[in-house]
Ligand binder design. Structure first.
Ligand code: ADP
Ligand code: LRH
Length: 491
């Protein structure tokens, strides 16, 4: 089959990137042609995304891809859960909120006062996150925006809509809303009704791999490409695309998609909706090709990146990522561990102070320097990975023999080593751009590449991308047992 060249737009909460992806029968490569910083913008007391700015950067990036070679397709994935509301003229009603905005504080508790948590889990299969779309929408009840809304589009669908004029909701991302029935693969309209939500704003669903549509003429002209270039609905949830890009060959692998969030879990054929899974607060999100992403959200490298931002604001010298990771590697191991999923770490703010507070409250030695705080964050992340991977395996009745770490965090060698030590399993790290690769692969299949299933896609990643292997160091397992006991039962 011929070679294909597509634009993969992968939007993370910390940065967005646009890649030229090339796929041939035995080749797969990414060329990063555009990268831009992303983050919440505070205005009028709320935390928003600058979605028009993101749209501008998407256009600039895709234009760059088109300028440097042929363009066969465009696909967009982004972080999950957040959305925009459109009025009946198809216009955006206000700036989308960040899921880290405080307007959802206390909302989940309120909703769970009237909707039975077990019933909700039986339908959606989702862990309780305070900012899930359903809770964001409930927080917006009575606002002018929600009352005027005709349609809700999740962010990657909104950006695809601005390229094509076609709305809709791709299933991998729809599955993160808390308004999606994981058993039937349809919107959970009854649940929406129970929550008092206008369920008619939920747009028609589509699968990853479906074509969204051709470009709008003015968009094609701006990009300098033919209007027949399709936007392909990839696994529009970045984590779904990242799991496609996991270079696994082994039957029994676990993964950690390590970026702003760490998504820690397994790929399954069917959801696990048991009472044990609900009480362990595990999520069943939709994957590409009808798979299930059985996983847990861990606060992730957000805790570190927000710490770095705090130190930079205070002009503390030597507190950049490279310097700190080097210093943290020499810091005493497991001196302080904290509950890294504690809700206090969710909003933007002074993470170092919050970490110190958590340490103090847990009776742990309080880390005082950026180096010590960095080590505390990494040890605590690895400890959380260990706990959740073991729980996932038990709940799903699976053995796990290897942990694949993908995403930007796979470049953090110290964290990868600690993850191997903590889990007692070999860690295979990389690719860092697994989400963009998953995006490219699903587009390529739709456009005719011979990639019949996930196994074929992963085999191609494996043959074309290096992974770095970390073995668990001997004699460390008892330290992690002790650290786990010290921490007790965290969030
Ligand atoms: P997202 O997609 O959520 O924006 P990424 O997958 O890009 O996140 O991962 C970003 C994180 O990756 C950063 O916060 C940083 O901790 C980590 N990272 C990126 N580059 C490196 C590097 N060279 N070494 C170690 N860690 C890195
Ligand atoms: C990771 C991610 C994660 C969601 C969160 C909102 O980027 O998509 O899977 O839970 O962002």
């Amino acid at each position: 089959s011929r070679h294909l060249r597509v634009a993969a737009v992968d939007l993370g909460a910390t940065s967005g990137r646009v890649m030229a992806g090339r796929v041939g029968p035995d080749s797969l490569s990414l060329d990063e042609l555009h990268r831009f910083p992303n983050g919440g913008v505070r205005a009028h007391g709320s935390l928003h995304w600058d979605v028009l700015g993101i749209h501008r950067e998407v256009l600039a990036g895709v234009r760059e891809v088109a300028r440097s070679g042929p363009l066969d397709g465009i696909g967009i994935d982004s972080w999950a859960i957040d959305y925009g509301l459109l009025d009946r003229d198809g216009r955006l009603l206000g700036n989308p909120y960040s899921h880290r905005d405080s307007r959802t504080d206390g909302v989940a508790e309120r909703v769970l006062g009237t909707v039975d948590a077990a019933e909700m889990y039986a339908t959606t299969g989702l862990q309780q996150l305070p900012f899930t779309t359903v809770y964001q929408l409930v927080a917006s009840l009575g606002t002018a925006a929600l009352e005027s809304a005709e349609t809700m589009l999740l962010l990657p669908d909104l950006l695809s809509y601005w390229l094509t004029g076609h709305g809709g909701a791709e299933r991998t991302n729809a599955s993160t809303t808390g308004l999606y029935d994981v058993r039937s693969g349809e919107w959970a309209t009854d649940l929406a009704r129970q929550c008092g939500l206008p369920w008619s704003i939920l747009p028609p669903l589509r699968d990853a791999g479906d074509v969204v549509g051709p470009l709008l003429p003015e968009v094609a002209e701006h990009l300098g490409v033919g209007a027949d270039v399709p936007v392909v609905g990839v696994g529009s949830h970045d984590t779904a695309s990242a799991v496609v890009g996991v270079p696994a060959g082994e039957e029994s692998f676990a993964y950690i998609s390590s970026g702003t969030w760490s998504l820690v879990g397994l790929e399954l054929e069917k959801p696990v909706l048991t009472e044990e899974a609900r009480l362990a607060d595990f999520t069943n999100e939709g994957g590409v090709d009808g798979t299930v992403r059985f996983l847990k959200n861990v606060m992730g490298l957000w805790v570190l990146s927000e710490s770095l931002r705090t130190w930079a604001d205070r002009r503390i010298a030597g507190a950049d990522l490279t310097t700190l990771l080097r210093a943290a590697a020499d810091a005493p191991p497991l001196r302080t561990v904290v509950d890294v999923n504690h809700p206090s770490l969710l909003p933007p703010g002074d993470q170092p102070a919050r970490i110190q507070r958590l340490a103090e409250d847990a009776g742990e030695p309080v880390p005082r320097t950026p180096q010590a705080i960095t080590r505390t964050i990494l040890d605590s992340l690895a400890l959380a990975y260990r706990r959740h991977l073991r729980t996932a395996a038990t709940l799903a009745g699976r053995d796990v023999s290897v942990v694949h770490v993908v995403g930007g965090g796979s470049q953090n060698a110290l964290l990868c080593q600690l993850t191997a030590d903590a889990t007692g399993l070999p860690v295979l790290a990389g690719p860092a751009e697994a989400a963009a690769l998953g995006n490219v692969l699903v587009q390529a299949r739709t456009l005719g590449a011979d990639l019949p299933d996930l196994a074929a896609m992963r085999s191609l990643v494996r043959r074309t991308h290096e992974v770095r292997r970390f073995e668990p160091r001997t004699g460390t397992s008892t330290d992690w047992d002790a650290a786990e006991r010290r921490l007790g039962s965290p969030t």
